[in-house]
Design a protein around this ligand. Structure first.
Ligand SMILES: Cc1cc2nc3c(=O)[nH]c(=O)nc-3n(C[C@H](O)[C@H](O)[C@H](O)COP(=O)(O)O)c2cc1C
Length: 338
């Protein structure tokens, strides 16, 4: 039997990093545990993105520290017992930096740190600390929910641009920007982020909509893991943006099988990221995906991942209108004819 891994080249590049394959574990608490990070490497992940360090965690730490310093208090055993939550917050960012160091010692694959926030401020200094701790790259997750009716689309976009520029000014390592799909012109926004220095765009953040608890009359958080249907929105926009920006494109959201990975590559992604699939099926599922990817490529006579990348982007397909309004009309009428 032919060993497909010897004849098929799964390698790709992302953020200037050479990766053995396009399978990346996206940011989640899974990567908060060094043992899991090792398991991810053993199961074939080519890189990992650590869970995010949030602006709020950092700002809270600074505030708490300021208070401790000005009041001359210190963390006594008693305050730890009484304020375990506060200790957690105070420890958060430092523990995060220590975690980067531990992960770098534990695995050979690139470790991408994740910084999550929406405003310019002192917390952005952690980008440099993450670099100093050994992170190979940074993912800046801008999860911004504009609820102020006096804030214009331009102002929202400028916030993203300013953040990207501020982080780029802090570090020399590559910076990926993770964003949601809700922009009036995503193509234009991608170009602006590209011009601001983003080395990759990670498409897309999932928008976690809260639900209502009707008995308690409360708004409750609601986290449902994804399925492959969520892939389509990502495929669409990656296929459209591919070739329009210098930044690499990464797909996150809805990757659950080897064929999902193939589709991501064909649309134009450099890497396909996964969280829900691994939370549902376990980390070793990565191994199954790599094997199935090799089998699929062998059967369809592909020699390399690179050969696929962008091969079904908007500009590469015979009918680019498939990504535009014409397709919408076709989809609606095809349903009516059933
Ligand atoms: C439990 C959980 C925790 C997550 N934590 C983070 C996080 O800390 N930072 C981040 O950028 N994304 C986070 N995500 C989003 C994932 O990285 C990913 O983008 C999203 O789940 C879509 O990919 P999937 O369909 O493969 O799950 C989290 C997702 C889940 C399910």
């Amino acid at each position: 039997m032919i060993d497909l891994s010897k004849t098929i080249d799964l390698s790709t590049t992302y953020l200037g990093l050479k990766l053995k394959n396009p399978l990346v574990a996206s940011a989640s608490p899974m990567c908060a545990d060094v043992a899991n990070v090792r398991r991810l490497e053993d199961s074939g992940a080519a890189a990992i993105v650590l869970h995010s360090l949030f602006e709020e965690q950092i700002e809270q730490e600074s505030d708490e520290l300021d208070r401790f310093i000005t009041e001359g208090s210190e963390l006594s055993a008693e305050s730890v017992t009484h304020f375990p939550e506060m200790l957690h917050r105070v420890m958060g960012p430092d523990a995060y930096l220590a975690h980067i160091v531990k992960c770098k010692q534990a695995v050979k694959i690139p470790v991408i740190a994740s910084l999550n926030g929406t405003t310019r401020g002192g917390w952005l200094g952690y980008a440099r600390q993450m670099e100093q701790a050994g992170a190979d790259a940074l993912e800046l997750n801008i999860y911004y929910v504009p609820v102020d009716p006096d804030m214009s689309g331009d102002q929202v976009e400028q916030r993203y641009i300013d953040l990207v520029k501020a982080v780029k000014a802090e570090v020399k390592i590559p910076v990926a920007v993770k964003l949601g799909p809700y922009f009036s012109s995503l193509s234009n926004m991608s170009k602006k982020l590209d011009a601001a220095g983003a080395d990759a765009l990670v498409l897309f953040n999932r928008f976690y909509q809260p639900d209502y608890d009707l008995e308690a009359l409360e708004v409750v958080p609601n986290l449902i893991l994804s399925n492959s249907h969520e892939l389509l929105l990502r495929l669409h926009w990656i296929a459209v943006i591919y070739g329009q920006v210098r930044a690499d494109l990464a797909l996150t959201g809805g990757v659950h099988s080897a064929t999902d990975v193939v589709k991501a590559m064909m649309a134009g992604a450099r890497v396909a990221m996964m969280t829900s699939a691994l939370l549902k099926r376990g980390i070793s599922y990565l191994d199954t995906i790599s094997t199935e990817l090799l089998i699929w490529m062998g059967e369809h006579e592909y020699d390399s991942i690179r050969q696929m990348q962008g091969s079904m982007s908007r500009n590469a397909v015979p009918q680019p209108s498939a990504f535009e309004r014409a397709n919408y009309m076709k989809v609606l009428s095809s349903y009516a004819m059933r």
